[in-house]
Design a protein. Structure first.
Length: 353
């Protein structure tokens, strides 16, 4: 490995691991562990994010489920041993998600001496054995309550930050925690929905200096923000629209399998009395005519288009700012340059284009 800076250059040899913060470190690690899932049964799905690995499968029979997972664990552990790695006992957990009232600890696997637990955290999401996401919800509320103290500290009667600044702080420090995968864990029970909504309302009252008696709809109107439920639904619809527009993404096939069955016919996603927000997002998006590409939209164009730079006339805007009749200056500029006018607000020209 070569480490260099503006002061000196020196050569160092790395016999184990990859340099922290190195540009090539993630790529080198992925190349190193590329074969750790070789030989794992196809019925077991593996999701890997750098050094975080999750193995999961769905099966009706508990004994067959245990046999499949145990086989996948043994194969992966053997593959890791070939490259000098292994499972970290303190960071390894086993979760049995079920609706058969099988409690944590009743299902046992030969996995670092671990029994099934109540919940695990993966990529910032707390997943419990009932798949209710209530532990994650409580964790989100607790984090938001701690961070909301920043708003209380910065606001005051005679001194403090401007409400617009406090709203920006709320969006970046508090709402960002709620937004992360909100359309996945969003609860169906009213009491839990109110927990999330109360967090936002309390922060907005603090930021805007409103009284506790101010109605919630007035608080949202003054802040010009959506409720947590509406925002979560918007984020979910945007996410699924993005996924369904790119057929090379792994999630594309997963969502398609939810929408359509093996024969290509559309599945009927039933909504219960208290519909799940995730199902609502999928239903709303599948009604749209989304064109799927085999690459990201930006790379669907010719390469010359990507490297083309547009000339922006800043001088015209400066003259229009100080002019008494800016429209006259703009129209004269358009006539002189024989420009084609494009209305960004969706308006049409005289020829209906």
């Amino acid at each position: 490995m070569i480490f260099s800076d503006s002061l000196k250059k020196e050569f160092r040899l790395s016999h184990k691991g990859v340099p922290q913060g190195g540009v090539l470190s993630p790529l080198l690690y992925l190349i190193y562990v590329r074969d750790i899932t070789e030989g794992v049964p196809k019925t077991v799905t593996i999701s890997q994010f750098v050094d975080d690995i999750v193995m999961y499968c769905s099966y009706g029979n508990v004994e067959k489920f245990k046999s499949l997972v145990q086989k996948a664990v043994n194969i992966t552990n053997a593959n890791l041993g070939k490259i000098g790695l292994g499972f970290e006992p303190d960071k390894t957990a086993f979760l049995h998600i079920n609706c058969k009232k099988i409690k944590p600890g009743e299902t046992v696997l030969n996995l670092c001496g671990k029994d099934s637990c109540e919940s695990i955290r993966f990529l910032g999401i707390v997943i419990d054995y009932k798949l209710s996401f209530i532990p994650h919800l409580n964790s989100v509320v607790a984090k938001c309550a701690t961070r909301s103290n920043i708003l209380k500290f910065l606001c005051g009667v005679k001194w403090g930050s401007h409400p617009s600044t406090l709203l920006i702080l709320y969006k970046s420090f508090v709402r960002s925690i709620i937004d992360y995968c909100s359309f996945v864990y969003f609860p169906t029970a009213t009491i839990h929905v109110e927990k999330l909504e109360k967090v936002q309302i309390a922060c907005l009252r603090t930021a805007l200096g409103l009284r506790r008696t101010t109605p919630n709809n007035v608080v949202l109107a003054e802040s010009k923000l959506q409720s947590i439920q509406e925002r979560s639904k918007s984020l979910g619809k945007c996410y699924f629209t993005k996924i369904l527009s790119n057929s090379i993404l792994p999630s594309f096939q997963t969502i398609q399998s939810i929408i359509h069955n093996k024969n290509g016919n559309r599945n009927t996603i039933k909504l219960n009395e208290k519909p799940n927000l995730l199902k609502q997002c999928i239903l709303d998006v599948t009604d749209l005519n989304i064109k799927a590409h085999k690459n990201y939209n930006i790379y669907c164009f010719d390469y010359n288009v990507l490297k083309t730079s547009l000339n922006v006339n800043y001088d015209l805007g400066k003259h229009m700012k100080i002019a008494k009749d800016p429209n006259t200056i703009l129209n004269a500029f358009l006539r002189e340059n024989n420009s084609h006018v494009v209305f960004t607000d969706g308006s049409k020209t005289n020829d209906q284009t």
